[in-house]
Ligand binder design. Structure first.
Ligand code: GLY
Ligand code: MN
Length: 464
């Protein structure tokens, strides 16, 4: 964890911004896979981590904005736990490490909350994504699980986002560690993927590299020859010469900071001429986005510039016809690029998605419902300290081609005969991570192979 002053400062700022009442921050518990003691990999809640740095289950923090009091609630291990799980630092000493002076048994929390409720004090809590925490809120505060999002505190949501959106220098060091491991993962995949092996062998190696650094994956690996399915988690295909391989994976550090990269490479030694052509259009869309990154620019405009570049390229190949600006307004680009351009990244790979994209990525502006644009997780004006991904892609999705062709959706702008010829092409995505600096942007971590030449140079190792 960082030094305790970091966490003290963050909580002081939080108290000031929320202003009054109590803040109830729920840590995560273990998640059983099939019975209570056989659990999934433990992941602390990112906001709890941000304000305490404590990576331990079953903790709750209560902060009194009026008196300044901070209490960490949790239960020390008994001999029954110690026999199976080993000795643990006490809750009091964990609290001390992040500058919290008081700790109490979890059983004491209810009385404290009841007292606050009887005094009609506001108890701020965040939206909850784990069902066990929804049950806790129901037990402690009587908030029905279906109402948790509605009753979550907007003041607290905004105050948390207003800190976590701006990464400090010490956070950037952690994020770059995560990105560097993620680059190692991508280079390893490019060097090992050979016709005849299974996607799962590459997925397994990605997990090994992340865990060998004493970290974890920052999200489930996408390692697939069916890259047209944006979040494809199936790893059972044997890969063949001539196919494209799409890899989207990243590591998170021991402290929980994420990296997130995507690469597309040929299963054979080199790209085919058709693959090269589409790859370079996707890469032009990627570079067009990077060129625009600087404070004050709206990310929605960056998305449109990337989409415009892709549409111009697709027009030059005959996939697109008519006026590009009209095509963009009508969302015709979503045939190839039906997702967003990027997202905030930090302690979560999609940073704070649990708190609501509208507040994190759109500064409170309601999102469009148009197909494609509705998936843009980030649209707001960029500011120094933001960390975000750039990940445009070109995808040929047979079901989408069929649907739009049948309904004549954007038929003015799309050449369905040409799309038909490429219906089994697959998908291409490249992704890199950037910090917005006062005068522009900075690539985070070391440079990943991303041009045709750079990728093909790595592919030579697979055939040695
Ligand atoms: N890398 C997965 C995603 O950004 O959705
Ligand atoms: Mn991403």
């Amino acid at each position: 964890m960082f030094k305790k002053e970091t966490y003290i400062k963050r909580r002081e700022k939080l108290k000031k911004e929320v202003g009054n009442g109590l803040i109830l921050l729920l840590g995560n518990s273990e998640s059983p896979m099939n019975y209570a003691d056989n659990t999934y990999h433990y992941r602390q809640d990112s906001t709890f981590l941000y304000f305490t740095g404590i990576n331990h289950p079953d903790l709750v923090m209560l902060i009194d904005c009026d008196s300044g009091e901070e209490i960490l609630y949790g239960d020390d291990y008994t001999i029954d736990h110690i026999v199976w799980m080993g000795q643990q630092a006490t809750i009091a000493s964990k609290a001390a490490l992040c500058g919290i002076n008081e700790s109490q048994a979890l059983a004491k929390l209810q009385a404290k909350l009841d007292k606050a409720k009887n005094q009609s004090r506001k108890i701020h809590f965040l939206p909850v994504y784990r069902h066990d925490n929804k049950i806790r809120l129901f037990e402690w505060l009587g908030v029905h699980p279906a109402k948790v999002s509605d009753e979550a505190s907007l003041e607290l949501i905004k105050a948390v986002i207003n800190q976590r959106n701006y990464k400090s220098d010490e956070e950037i060091v952690e994020i770059e560690k995560a990105v560097n491991t993620s680059v190692d993962m991508h280079v390893a995949a490019m060097r090992m993927a050979k016709p005849g092996i299974c996607e799962s062998e590459i997925a397994a190696e990605m997990q090994r590299i992340a865990e060998a650094e004493n970290g974890h994956l920052s999200f489930p690996v996408i390692a697939t020859i069916n890259g047209q399915t944006l979040h494809n988690h199936y790893h059972g295909n044997v890969i063949k010469d001539g196919q494209l391989f799409l890899l989207d994976c990243g590591a998170e550090t021991e402290m929980g900071y994420a990296g997130d990269l995507s690469s597309t490479f040929p299963v054979g030694k080199t790209f085919t001429p058709e693959q090269k052509e589409i790859f370079n259009i996707a890469l032009a869309g990627h570079e067009a986005a990077i060129d625009m990154l600087k404070p004050g620019v709206e990310f929605k405009e960056v998305y449109y510039q990337s989409a415009r570049t892709i549409m111009e390229g697709m027009k030059s190949m005959g996939f697109v016809k008519g006026n590009i600006e009209d095509a963009l307004i009508n969302g015709a680009h979503a045939m190839f690029f039906p997702c967003g351009l990027g997202h905030m990244m930090g302690l979560d790979v999609h940073d704070m998605e649990d708190l609501g994209e509208v507040y994190v990525g759109w500064d409170g502006v309601p999102k469009s419902t148009q197909f494609g644009l509705k998936s843009l997780r980030l649209g707001r004006k960029l500011e120094p300290g933001f960390v975000l991904t750039i990940e445009p892609g070109i995808y040929f999705i047979p079901d989408l081609i069929d649907l739009w062709k049948k309904n004549k959706t954007n038929a003015e702008y799309l050449n369905f005969d040409m799309l038909e010829k490429y219906r089994n092409f697959g998908g291409i995505r490249n992704e890199e991570d950037f910090l917005i600096t006062p005068d522009g942007k900075r690539l985070l971590g070391k440079q990943k192979p991303k041009t045709i030449e750079q990728v093909e140079a790595e592919r030579k190792y697979a055939f040695k």
